[in-house]
Ligand binder design. Structure first.
Ligand SMILES: Cc1cc2nc3c(=O)[nH]c(=O)nc-3n(C[C@H](O)[C@H](O)[C@H](O)COP(=O)(O)O)c2cc1C
Length: 408
């Protein structure tokens, strides 16, 4: 993709991975972007200002009070003229400052002066304990709720010799995320998608429930991407720990019955449905209104279950012909035969099949390995990729569904 005419503010903070941001600056510049680097004082301990000046051919900002042009206030000028802001690597410290609006150096002042409408991406890099610290998780949650896009770190051998999560995402992945954000055409403008996500939770008594391993990551990634493409999104979400995507109309539900009710309420006003929630097929037949007690001498108990409504099949029955619908199938055997049967049974246009037993696929991981299967039998087996990338493939396919073109 050509980034000609795009101005990018590249924030670099004091991580051992700061040297990689020189490569990011170089690659973005080679793609035509006008890159302006802003380094924290600690970043400048790791990598030299002249490196960024040479790679970007622009002044490098480090000090709020050092104004290269006396007619302009550099941090305001740059923050307001950037098409995109990327902080890579983002330290635990800068994430905390961003989450709490602290502006005590050039980079953080630029970040606070950046309009809310400018896409802001962060690529965290840190020691695993810092990454897993509740303070960091909470700061990321705050930032994501504000619309900041997080390019998640990978796992591997870290500079501190620990092996674990916290390694800066690959440079190619960071550059691709920038390209995807700047290159996103508003192909879904005027559309309203109903997206379901997460696991349902079926109560047994006031403290116990039946649920499944779905994290909601796939559905939330779809919602995020659809919003970036200009769609209005109603996100009917079961149980997840994820922050809601910025600008999504979030409807939180717990049980399959609540999910169906919320979906049916949204159905008349949407142009399409993507059902990625993992809905329980059965629920406890009786829900006790007090905590069930262990009984003396009772070595086995029988749990009677009642069938839940099939949310996607019900939506398929009631939807108007012009409303497109995409379902998900988490299978462990006979993947494609089951998928083809479900397309017909649930009146879908496309089904996304994942073999949840494969490593890196399915529940509670950041990647997925899926095959898209169309109504006419056409298939596209995608390699392992992040759920954000999978969501781009799914929404591309959604936009190209045959009967969909020119409908709205
Ligand atoms: C060798 C070394 C490597 C470091 N790597 C990281 C890192 O990868 N991530 C991080 O959050 N902090 C790292 N730190 C700590 C930060 O530099 C420190 O928290 C600093 O205050 C961050 O400042 P800044 O966010 O303003 O750049 C490292 C420190 C040292 C000395």
């Amino acid at each position: 993709m050509n980034l000609e005419g795009k101005r990018i503010l590249l924030g670099v903070s004091g991580s051992i991975a700061a040297y990689k941001s020189a490569d990011i600056a170089s690659q973005l510049g080679k793609s035509g972007a006008d890159v302006h680097a802003a380094l924290t004082a600690n970043a400048a301990q790791f990598v030299g200002v002249p490196t960024f000046r040479a790679l970007t051919r622009n002044p490098v900002l480090t000090d709020t009070f050092e104004e290269p042009d006396t007619k302009r206030i550099a941090h305001i000028e740059l923050a307001q003229s950037a098409d995109l802001v990327l902080v890579a690597p983002a330290t635990a410290n800068i994430l905390a400052k961003m989450a709490h609006g602290i502006a005590d150096d050039m980079l953080t002042t630029c970040l606070l002066a950046t309009p809310q409408s400018t896409p802001l991406l962060v690529a965290p890099a840190m020691n695993t304990q810092m990454w897993l610290h509740p303070a960091t998780s909470e700061n990321l949650r705050i930032l994501q709720a504000r619309g900041v896009q997080v390019i998640p770190p990978g796992s591997g051998l870290l500079a501190c010799q620990d092996v674990g999560e916290g390694k800066l995402a690959e440079v190619s992945e960071i550059v691709a995320a920038v390209m995807a954000t700047l290159g996103t055409a508003q192909t879904l403008a005027g559309h309203h998608l109903l997206i379901t996500a997460g696991a349902t939770r079926e109560p047994l008594d006031p403290v116990r429930f039946l649920t499944n391993r779905s994290s909601g990551k796939m559905g939330y990634a779809l919602a995020q991407e659809a919003i970036r493409r200009g769609a209005t999104v109603t996100l009917v979400s079961g149980i997840t720990n994820l922050p809601p995507p910025h600008k999504a109309n979030l409807v939180r539900v717990e049980t399959a019955e609540q999910m169906l009710k919320a979906c049916l309420e949204a159905l008349p006003s949407v142009t399409g449905i993507i059902a990625s929630a993992a809905v329980a097929d059965y629920r406890p037949l009786q829900v006790a209104d007090h905590k069930l007690k262990k009984r003396e001498g009772e070595e086995e108990v029988v749990l009677r279950l009642a069938k839940n409504p099939d949310v996607i099949a019900e939506l398929g029955r009631r939807k108007r012909p012009e409303q497109r619908s995409i379902g998900f199938a988490a299978e462990t055997q006979d993947l494609l035969a089951n998928a083809t049967r479900k397309i017909a049974a649930k009146n879908l246009d496309l089904i996304v099949v994942n073999d949840v037993l494969k490593e890196g696929a399915g529940f509670d991981v950041d990647t997925n390995i899926v095959t898209l299967v169309w109504r006419d039998g056409k298939r596209n087996a995608l390699p392992k990729m992040t759920k954000a990338e999978v969501s781009r493939h799914i929404l591309d396919a959604y936009s190209e569904l045959p009967r969909w073109r020119g409908q709205f």
